[in-house]
Structure formats: structure tokens, C-alpha cells
Ligand binder design. Sequence first.
Ligand SMILES: Nc1ncnc2c1ncn2[C@@H]1O[C@H](COP(=O)(O)OP(=O)(O)O)[C@@H](O)[C@H]1O
Ligand SMILES: [Mg+2]
Length: 402
Amino acid sequence: MTIAAAPTDRGAEPASSPLPRLAVTRLTVTDFRCYRRATLQCDHRPVVLSGPNGAGKTNLLEAVSFLAPGRGLRRAALREVTRTGAALQAVWAVAAHLETPGGPVSIGTGLDPDGAANGSGRRLVRIDGTPAESQTDLGHHVGLVWLTPQMDRLFIEGAAGRRRFLDRLVYGFHPGHAAALNAYEQAMRERSRLLREGRGDPHWLSALEDQMAGHAVAIAAARRDVVARLRAAHAVPERQAAATAFPRADLALEGTVETWLTDGPALTVEDRLRALWADSRRLDAVTGGAADGPHKTDLAVAYGAKGIPAAAGSTGEQKALLIGLVLANARLMAAERGAPPLLLLDEVAAHLDRDRRAALFEEILGLRAQAWMTGTDAALFEALDDRARWFGVRDAEVMERP
Ligand SMILES: Nc1ncnc2c1ncn2[C@@H]1O[C@H](COP(=O)(O)OP(=O)(O)O)[C@@H](O)[C@H]1O
Ligand SMILES: [Mg+2]
């Protein structure tokens, strides 16, 4: 059955719309997971990938996730990603053409072939053919958020998952955030190593703690900024209700550095952090890491309308809360950067009732977001009709569907 889409402004919009967008217009994967090679020709429209379990749908979402900084949506060890059975020296690669608010961009990324041999496993990035100094540069071009079935337990499990989710939202507004997190963690690892080996030259340790403090304050400030923006976006309940069919999430940051920043200026917070870490050296030598810092922060989420912690909601309610958060973030980014992020929604439609599903599609289209959506049942996406680009995935082959 084909439901004729009501003609809307959006539906009538030509592919060469002058309004800024962020969209993958072509994706090629090579020796990537189950794929020897596959190419998807897209346009600005959302993408539907349907096919049986194990066909290779999530793998394609993972490939898109490598267009942003980080380890991708599976947080995989990069060597695992290379196709089993690929030639001896082969490494995985993802190449994409994108339409971005700053103009067309081509991105190539993959495992460093040199590193692959000695196991160092670095990810190389080329932007418009030029090697990027770091993955962080990707953040200047691509904003990207994902929801996966594993995240159904985000509110129930430990803080690490929620922190990562938040940090990914922060990348969209503060492209330097990924680099700050990396630099912080690297300094912390170096300090841990010195402490563990008992080579704790106090000057050296102080220098590292000084670096950590600077990054910690930048990290916490960026998180506070994004949480404040998300809160503000929710501040008008009537408008919010009109804008979305998804429940409002109340957000609170629970972290020492974030809290200290409410109490005083950044320089004072750096002093307090240096004092904290100088005091915890002996403890940290035993336990590893650092007793406190932005690597311990949690994002507390409550179901606004019900006044209950997110974890107390039903599975479906938790999913709806997460989708609401992702959409709120996308709306903010659209306002800020001219285009919403790419949305990778793995198996999301299956969890939603018919009305919510329809609402999700309308909100995605209204945002002009390129969402990549997967499902075993193409019928779930029927309401999108020709407002989406359809691909069937089966046994690691991708076919365009009419
Ligand atoms: N490195 C790899 N090499 C070859 N196959 C892989 C690799 N990693 C994962 N796979 C396979 O990819 C297949 C498809 O996975 P996935 O994309 O998650 O399927 P789905 O369509 O259900 O989302 C799985 O059968 C898995 O075994
Ligand atoms: Mg899957």
C-alpha cells in the first residue's frame, strides 16, 4: 500500500535547496565489517535501511558514525572493524561526500595500514583529500548523534554511558570538546603511570595536574553550557508540547567540577582541582585514575511531566525520553549551526506505537535532518514514502529500493 504524502513545503523542496543542510550524499565502505565494498547514493532525504537480522544494517550506521570524532557507535577496537576474510594487508575504510552548511565536503577515514601491522590501530582522516591532524577536525564539519538498542539501558546502567551520550551532544556545539577530553585523559593516564611506577617527581606530577585542571574546567564548562541550552529549549512547556510528541527530559549535571563552576570562577576551580589531586596522589597510586574529576560526572535525567527519575519509567517511556532529548538537541543545533546533526536511529521505530512513529518522522522532516533509520520491517517506515531514500540490505549487499 502506498499512502499518498500530503504535499508540503518540505516535500516539494528540490534536492538542490539553497537552505543549509547536513547530509551524506554518498557513502562507500571497503572491507568494513561484513562488507567487501558497498556504495549508497543518497541525497538530502532521511535514509531507511531495512532487511533481516544480521544483514548489515547497523554496520552501515557504524560506518556513518566514523564521520565524527571517536570510536564509532560500537566503540569498537578499530582492528575488529576490518572485514574478516579481507586480504592480509587490507584495512577498513569509509569514504563519504557530504552536503554541509559550509558547503560540500568529502571525508575519508579508516584504519592506518602501518599501524594495523604493528597493532597501534590509529584512525586516519582525510578531509577534502588533505590529511587531518586529528579526528577532532571532523567535528567542525559533522555533527552526529545516535540511538542504539544498547542504549535502552542508558538510564539504568552506570554513569559512563550517560556521560558519553552527553559528551557527544556537546561535540556538536563545542568542536574542541573531543580534543579536551582526549588531552585530559592522556594527562591523567600519564599521571597514573608515574604514580603506579612510584616515580612521582612532585614537579612533574604538578605539571600534569595543572594540565588536567585546565582541560577539566573547559570540559565541565562546555557540558554546563549544553545542558543549560537544552534546559532553556524546554523552558516553555506549551511551546515544547506543540513542537514535539516526545516527553520532556529534565537534566541535571552531577559532577564536582561542574558544581564548583556554579560556585566560583574558573581560575578558582582550577586551584581547587590542583589541591584535590595533590591530596589524592597516594590514593590514586593504588586505585588508578584519579579519585575525582570530569571523568566521574553523571547526567541525571528525570521524566519531567511525571516527576520521576528516567530509570523509573517504562522501557517505552525511557526510549521516548531519549528520542525527545535527541530531537531537542537537533533543534538547538539547527538553530546554532544552520543544520541539525545526522541522526543514526538504530531499530528505533520498532519501539514506538503508530502515532509516536508518525510524529518522529514528521519531526525529523520538519527539522530537515538526515536520519539514518534501520528496521527489519520496511512497513514501519511506510509513512515516509518518497520523503525518504530506501535501501534493502541482505547478506552484506545493499540495494536501492524503489
Ligand atoms: N569484522 C567483521 N567481518 C565480517 N563480518 C562482520 C564483522 N563484524 C561484524 N560482522 C558481521 O556483520 C553482520 C551484520 O551485522 P549488523 O550490521 O549488526 O546486522 P543488522 O542488519 O542486524 O544490523 C553480522 O552477522 C556480523 O557477524
Ligand atoms: Mg542491527
